[in-house]
Structure formats: C-alpha cells, structure tokens
Design a protein around this ligand. Sequence first.
Ligand code: MSP
Length: 521
Amino acid sequence: MPERFYVTTPIFYPNDRPHLGTAYATVTADALARWHRLCGEEVLFLTGTDEHGLKIARRAEEQGMTPQAWTDETAQWFRDAWKALLVTNDDFIRTTEARHTEAVQAFMQSIHDNGHIYKAEYAGWYCVACEAYYAESELTEGRLCPLHGTPVEWFVEENYFFRLSAFEDRLLEWYANSGSVVVPEAKRNEAVSFIRQGLQDISITRTSIDWGIPVPWDPEHVVYVWYDALVNYITAIGYGVDEERFSSWWPFVHHLIGKDILRFHCVWWPAMCMAAGIDPPHQLIVHGFLLVGGEKMSKSRLNQVDPVELAKDLGVDALRYHLLREVTLGSDGDFSYEALVARYNSDLANNLGNLAQRVATVVGSKCGGVGPAPRPAGEENAIATAAATVVAEAREAWARFAPQDALAATWRLVHETNAELEATEPWKMAPGPEVDSVLGNALEALRIVTILASPAVPLAAAEIWRRLGLDGTPDEAGRASESRGELDWGGYPGGLTVTKGEPIFPRRHAPVPTATSDDAP
Ligand code: MSP
C-alpha cells in the first residue's frame, strides 16, 4: 500500500478576500501536497472556510445579508483564488455543510458522554475579531485586544465548558513522548510552556448568537466557533460516518498553521481529541507571518496585497516560487514587490529560464535540434555528482517541510549547469561529441531540475519538460519515488526533438517607485 500524506491548511474566515498571507499558507501546503504526490504517496490535501461565529454574523449583517447568503458568496472568493494560484486541494470544506454539522455533533456528544463537558456561568472580555476570551492581564492598555489592538467586549453567558484543565498531564505526557509533533522546536516549547503555566477550562457554547451548530443535547446553545472549526479536519475524512475511511487517514495528519493559532491547535485540539477518545494529530507545522513593511497584513491596516492580481502581473509560477523560496518556514518574512521582481529576475529569468533557453538554442544550432544523451555518472562528471547531492538534499528538505531549502538546493543545480556551459562554451565549438556531451549533461540536469521544481513552478516545469521532448508531465504522480529512480542520473534518453520557444520567464524591469504627493510639482 502506498504511504499516505494528509495535509491541511487552517480554514479561513471568509470575511475578507484572500490576501498574500493566506495565499502563503495555502501555497505552502500545496507545494507539500504536490511533492508527496510526486513521491507516489496517496495524498489528501484539505482547505476550506470557517463560516460560523459572531465575526461572520456581524459582517453579514453589515452587508444586509444572512450569514448563509454572505458566506455562500465569499467562500467562492477562496475557491477562485486557490484555483487561480494552481492550488491542488482534494477537498474544500465549508463549516456550514451538513457533513460538518453531523461530525461536530457526534464529536461533541462523545466528549459529553465521556464526562468532559459541564454547564456554568461565564463572564469575561471577548475579542470578536479573535473569537476568543482574554484574561484582564492579557489585554493592553485601554482594554484592547493584544492581537488586534481593538476594544474587547464584556460578555456574560451561561455556557457549557470543556474541562481542558483535566488534560494538563496527558498533554505534557504526549509532548514528552512524541518528539517533533510540533515543528519548529521553538513552537513546540511555546506550547509546552503554555500548558505548564496551567490550563483553564474553556467555554465552548454560546446562547448570545444562533449562527452556529446546535449543541446536540441542548439546542438552545450553539457550538463556539473554534470548537466547531477544529473538527473540520476530521469531518473531511468521515468522522462518525465512515469509520474505515476515518481510520485510514487519522491520526496521520500534518496541520499547517500560523503562529497566531498555535494555542488552539497545539493545546485545545489534541485535548479535544483525547476527550473524544481519538488519537491527537500526528504533526503540527507552525509558520510565521508574511509582513508588509514589518506589519502583518490586514484589512484594517490597508496593507493587504491581492495574490491573484500579483499572479496576473508576474505569473503564477513567479508568485508561488517567491512565497516558497523567500520565507523560511517558521519565521516571519517581509514581502515587497521589489524583492519579488529581484528574485524573479535572478532565479527565474537569469537562471532557470536562461538555462532552458540557451540549451534549446545550442541544441538547435549544433545538434540539429536533437537532444544528445548525457555522459554517464562518475568521477569525471561533476554535474552528475552535483545532481545526486542536490536530489538528496531536496528530498530531505521537503521531508522536513522546508520548501525554501529544497528550492535552494534545486537552483544550485541550475546554477552549476549554467556555470559549466559558460566554462565550456559549446556555442563556440564545432558540432561533435564534445558539444554533445556538454549539452546531454545540461539536458539531463534540466530534466531533474524540472521534476524537483514542479511543486513550486508547475507551469514552467511542464513547459520545459515539453521542450526537452519528454512525454507526459514532470509532476506525474510517483515520478520522484525512489523506487522509480527517475531522479537518478541518466534518465534523459537522447534522440528527442528539443524545441525552442519564447523565453519562459522574460526579464522584468525593476519597479519604478510611484510618485507620492510630496513629489508632485
Ligand atoms: N478560522 C481560523 C482558523 C481555524 S482552523 C480550524 C482563522 N482564520 S484566519 O482566516 O484568520 O487565519 C487563517 C490562517 O491564516 C492562520 O494560520 C493565520 O496565521 C494565517 N495568516 C493570516 N495572515 C497571515 C499573514 N500575513 N502571513 C501568514 N499567514 C497569515 O484563524
């Protein structure tokens, strides 16, 4: 049976259009899903929208719409954006779907039946943007939310509570026994120290709103939006409905999450799973924020960048490559259009694009347009040796969720192949075995690069593959599996017709700073 890889993004609040920060999270999950499919694994890649709760209900009201009509419209923004960015999710879940109501109710009921839910009155400071209560001590001066800087509201409710405090020891034991369950390590430590400080029970139902999933044993209450949202990860694999499917995917999930939702995923969610009698998730991968001018993108700061517009401008591949290559998973990254264009020109236009273009041109002029076979691997063949190292490094980097390292390694092979062409200058040689040997090597390096780069730049990879005269597509499932050996040196057969075409990544001029009113005459 093939190995299985289940990867999820958080489900997004469909109140705003997707911005570059949410695109970063989704493209990263997509690249991981693509890599694992390439390795021949059975992949399930889930994303979706988080549609209940006060935040959505209020926004819908502002628009003069019901929350259902509002989210029917706005969930589509996400589907469309992900399609435009070539995101290959296998499923898109909306928390307003019947399958989710069923799963949440079954999950809640089993936690209730297991004795981990009780009723009590709750009063506290609530931030609607976070959909979370804060202790007075966590607020900033003027009683503002520490994340949003907006006023919190005093809520008093009779609620059902989840006995989170009872799970402290089990959570700590789980962390002690499950190594890299949260990566990077610093984020794991953050979760553990949060648990060590002592956990409070959490209020998990609301009576103040009705936009939510009714509590199965007391339908006057609706389930608190976070408690509802987290369950999406198991709804999609048939929790409570299809035991066989559920147990074939759970708990082997990789949740990709932003650092702001660590507490919900690394403390609440595993405890909720334990309470319901299922295993906690296998792994949580925590990424940082994509910042603009040092600040998190948000509607209120008017610094949102529309990823679909950017992709229209520079190409989907260019945007995807930049997101995956520029930011180290786990750290924050700063986005600027200048850096995007600079990275595009250096890595895509001058390196990969140029290599593909010059190889096709010289094969045209010196080899009659027919690609020669590469030299065999061995001590004499530095490019073959470099390729073997690069493939091993890229595999290792993808396996530890480090697309930036996988791509850096891949581009080293591009760079070395270009360097060999510059050193040997086949365009100056007379046609013959020496030219063939240099170009055969370059074609083979390009074949390998194209497979390795396909999770990041699927369109360019497919086009280069076609120009090399190869059949199928570079991202065919299983092409990078070790058993198929297609990433081993020597796969380019020679004798194929190599085609030239327009530059795949035409060079872009650096952006000209726009005039501000200060510059006006
Ligand atoms: N709906 C909840 C998640 C529920 S998951 C069971 C939520 N939604 S969100 O739309 O506010 O954020 C979703 C994800 O987007 C979070 O992981 C968050 O970190 C991420 N990002 C939002 N802005 C971001 C950046 N500027 N940069 C990177 N990721 C960002 O929270």
